[in-house]
Ligand binder design. Structure first.
Ligand SMILES: Nc1nc2c(c(=O)[nH]1)N[C@H]1C(S)=C(S)[C@@H](COP(=O)(O)O)O[C@H]1N2
Ligand SMILES: [Mo]
Length: 300
């Protein structure tokens, strides 16, 4: 418990002693002990200094609530997040509508401190609570023909003032290759700093893929489909030249309108220095093997 919000992760913190929490239990004041599995070699090599709760929850992208960075915090309170169901369908043994409560009961909730980098070149470090996406997919039973996972955000015009504007083709959709989805770094987040995830951050559950640009991390998910075809993604549909399917953080591949070689850590103040962006956002050791033999300039 004592080290839960430690600001500088060291080698010694990445041990099987690290605590993770069931957020429901934690709200009740109880914590469960468990395994550790935080950001892998990155956290051992480099300190991850989490951003403040305020930075993480007041500076967001969630276009369903407006395109400004403070719009989600101002507007997302209208999203009704309970009851919530996630439909899992396609190439699975047990398709169906899974309630959020049933998912939470079946999953092991832990804490992971991940780097997060937006394609717009700002970055944060966020202490997420959540579970591995692989556990959820295994619960539904992935069939052998499945090659990709498609995700869809809720589309509720009455609760989402931003969807009146055709900035994206709603609902927001995203996708991963199955091996990316099953990778242990890929999580479904349900909390931040041990509290239920705020609406503006994607309540009640959102994807987090730490080696990819932020837009892959789709929020407020209502549907997950296992498929044998590469799924469409919102930003690729909006501008295929600028946003590819993979969207791996890569300092060597520029966005057509700006360099991706450096980033601005949010919360560092107006004169904070930009820092160099790391290949795969610092998770190269863990994920580079997923892309062996692929040209990452054409598969951007
Ligand atoms: N449904 C939905 N998911 C979304 C977005 C969005 O507009 N709608 N924006 C994406 C982008 S561009 C980023 S950078 C991250 C921002 O996550 P955060 O606000 O929790 O930092 O959410 C991603 N997920
Ligand atoms: Mo983003």
């Amino acid at each position: 418990m004592a080290n839960r919000w430690i600001n500088t992760l060291k080698d010694s913190d990445v041990t099987p002693e690290t605590t993770f929490l069931n957020r429901r239990q934690m709200i009740a004041g109880a914590a469960a002990a468990g395994l550790a599995s935080i950001g892998g070699s990155l956290s051992a090599k480099e300190a991850l200094e989490p951003n403040s709760y305020e930075d993480i929850t007041q500076y967001n992208n969630f276009y369903e609530f407006g395109t400004g960075k403070t719009d989600p915090a101002a507007n997302a309170h209208t999203l009704v997040t309970a009851p919530w169901t996630v439909e899992i369908d396609g190439l699975v043994d047990k398709p169906g509508a899974y309630t959020f409560e049933d998912i939470m009961k079946a999953m092991t909730i832990e804490e992971r401190i991940y780097r997060f980098r937006c394609v717009e070149a700002w970055s944060m470090v966020i202490p997420w609570n959540g579970f591995e996406l692989a556990d959820l997919l295994n619960m539904a039973g992935v069939q052998s023909g499945a090659k990709y996972v498609a995700f869809e955000t809720a589309l509720r015009p009455d609760e989402m003032p931003g969807v009146r504007f055709p900035v994206l083709d709603w609902p927001y959709v995203e996708g991963l290759r199955l091996d990316e989805a099953m990778h242990p770094l890929t999580i479904m987040a349900t909390g931040i700093y041990g509290k239920d995830i705020p609406n503006q951050n994607g309540a009640p559950l959102r994807l987090v893929v730490p080696w990819k640009y932020g837009f892959k991390s789709i929020k407020s998910i209502v549907k997950i489909t296992l498929t044998d075809k590469e799924p469409a993604t919102s930003w690729n549909k909006a501008n295929a030249r600028e946003y590819g399917f993979y969207s791996n953080v890569n300092p060597e591949v520029s966005h057509p309108r700006w360099s991706q070689a450096s980033e601005r850590p949010v919360g560092g103040g107006l004169f904070a220095k930009r820092i160099p962006t790391l290949m795969f956002n610092g998770y190269e050791e863990e994920v580079a093997g997923l892309y062996t033999g692929m040209d990452l300039k054409t598969n951007f």
